[in-house]
Design a protein around this ligand. Structure first.
Ligand code: SF4
Ligand code: SF4
Length: 434
């Protein structure tokens, strides 16, 4: 018998106690300091309890369980819903200070009707037996010109004909101009990015020409919620705006947004993808960002009404009273996520769409897929990434984002490490007392 290689064990933030979490056996416990010391000294006395929880294992038996859970994971993923992104153009009316698409060389073309038809024909054939929904992505999909509105209406009509939900990823500036069109769709979610309250948001997410966008976006968000359309408000966080989180939370609470069952939030880390950002000293490392968030939430607990950070699987454990299934792969690209653009190209996901060299084929003018590249994406998981093989946090991390890993190392099957141990220290610390 030996300690499971999937035990994640560490001290809880601002506590003398420790946690032990095992994503393979699905068990988690808080250990008092004395018990934790016995664990550290490999001198545990209640051996049977450790065996029952899968913290103490026969390696051969554990390997069998690992294989079984892996096969379950693959089976489940094969029946998961697929998210199909469609980018009708890369044009945008904003000039965000950190846009990772700003060096893309794609022409500012409008999508042709025949490309929209080809997109639907492709998904009808390729994803015939799969549950699916469509997400419209850009550039900025909700641009206020008659031609662009006609294109969006055509995509909505195609989705409606197939009874498919549709989501939008938008900067939110023209929601008011689009509300009647949106009402005709089966809206899954409208993701709107807001980077803080007025002053900070407007200094980062301004219109081309420099005009601020906050007030108009806030008006659009209220309108969506009044119409019971789900809003996912995403804040892109770095060192320049993290301190505005309490103000934004208060703003959302005062607006009544957080009371709506149709309102949810996400925090995204501003990071480098494909090219260097001009001012990269403002970027957080993952753990740094969560440490800051932890400190800010401690000081302003009302933030939790606006957003509850995941801290790896910590939030899940406290909300559900159990662990999530082991995560053998955290990247959905070319598996349960695909992206398509107006030029007829096929990509793995939103991180690669439009980036020259990342195409996985075309759906227009004819279907031509790079099967070898697609296979490489499909096969990426914690078993295929050498560095992940003996990593104790592999089943909470899942190998991270393939696009980030590739942009950093040049190799798709390389790790994009998540600081799981540190995140759990913070998350368990925060949620076990709140
Ligand atoms: S490559 Fe990154 S962004 Fe794309 S699906 Fe995978 S994890 Fe998500
Ligand atoms: S990506 Fe890094 S942290 Fe994640 S499982 Fe692999 S080696 Fe571990």
């Amino acid at each position: 018998m030996q300690y499971s290689k999937h035990n994640i064990f560490s001290k809880i933030a601002e506590s003398e106690s420790y946690y032990i979490v095992n994503p393979l056996s699905g068990q988690a416990d808080i250990l008092e300091p004395k018990e934790a010391q016995k664990y550290i000294d490999q001198n545990i006395t209640n051996t049977q309890a450790y065996i029952d929880k899968g913290y103490l294992v026969e390696p051969k038996e554990e390997a069998k369980l690992f294989k079984k859970k892996y096969l379950d994971f693959i089976d489940e993923r094969d029946s998961d819903e697929v998210q199909l992104f469609f980018t009708p153009w890369y044009t945008c009316n904003f000039n965000c200070s950190y846009c990772f698409q700003d060096e893309y060389t794609n022409a500012n073309d409008d999508v042709k009707d025949e490309v929209i038809d080809a997109f639907f024909k492709y998904i009808d054939e390729k994803f015939v037996s799969r549950q699916k929904y469509i997400t419209i992505f850009g550039g900025e999909p909700l641009l206020n010109s008659p031609a662009k509105k006609e294109s969006i209406k055509k995509v909505i009509a195609g989705a409606n004909q197939r009874n498919l939900d549709i989501a939008f990823v938008t900067n939110g500036y023209h929601i008011t101009e689009y509300i009647d069109i949106l009402k005709t769709a089966r809206i899954r979610e409208i993701q709107v990015t807001v980077d803080g309250t007025q002053q900070v948001h407007d200094s980062r997410r301004m219109l081309k020409g420099g005009k601020g966008s906050f007030s108009k976006i806030a008006e659009g968000v209220s309108l969506l919620l009044e119409n019971n359309m789900p809003v996912n408000m995403r804040m892109i966080v770095d060192k320049d705006n993290i301190n505005t989180l309490p103000d934004l939370a208060r703003f959302a609470i005062e607006k009544g947004w957080t009371e709506s069952p149709f309102f949810k939030t996400a925090l995204g880390r501003n990071y480098e993808l494909h090219h260097c950002q001009t001012n990269n000293t403002r970027l957080f490392k993952r753990i740094e960002m969560y440490q800051e968030i932890y400190d800010i939430v401690k000081e302003h607990p009302e933030i939790l009404e606006f957003h509850k950070p995941a801290f790896s699987i910590a939030k899940f454990i406290f909300e559900n009273g159990e662990l999530p299934n082991p995560l053998f792969d955290s990247c959905s690209g070319a598996k349960t996520e695909w992206a398509f653009d107006y030029s007829g190209r096929v990509y793995s996901c939103t991180a690669t769409v439009g980036n020259i060299g990342d195409e996985l084929g075309t759906f227009y003018p004819k279907i031509e897929l790079k099967e070898d590249l697609i296979e490489e994406w499909e096969e990426r998981d914690v078993l295929s990434i050498k560095e992940c093989n003996n990593c104790p946090v592999q089943l909470a991390c899942g190998g991270g984002c393939a696009a980030i890993a590739k942009s950093r190392t040049g190799k798709l099957h390389s790790p994009d490490c998540r600081p799981v141990k540190g995140l759990l220290e913070l998350g368990i610390g925060l949620y076990s007392v709140s």
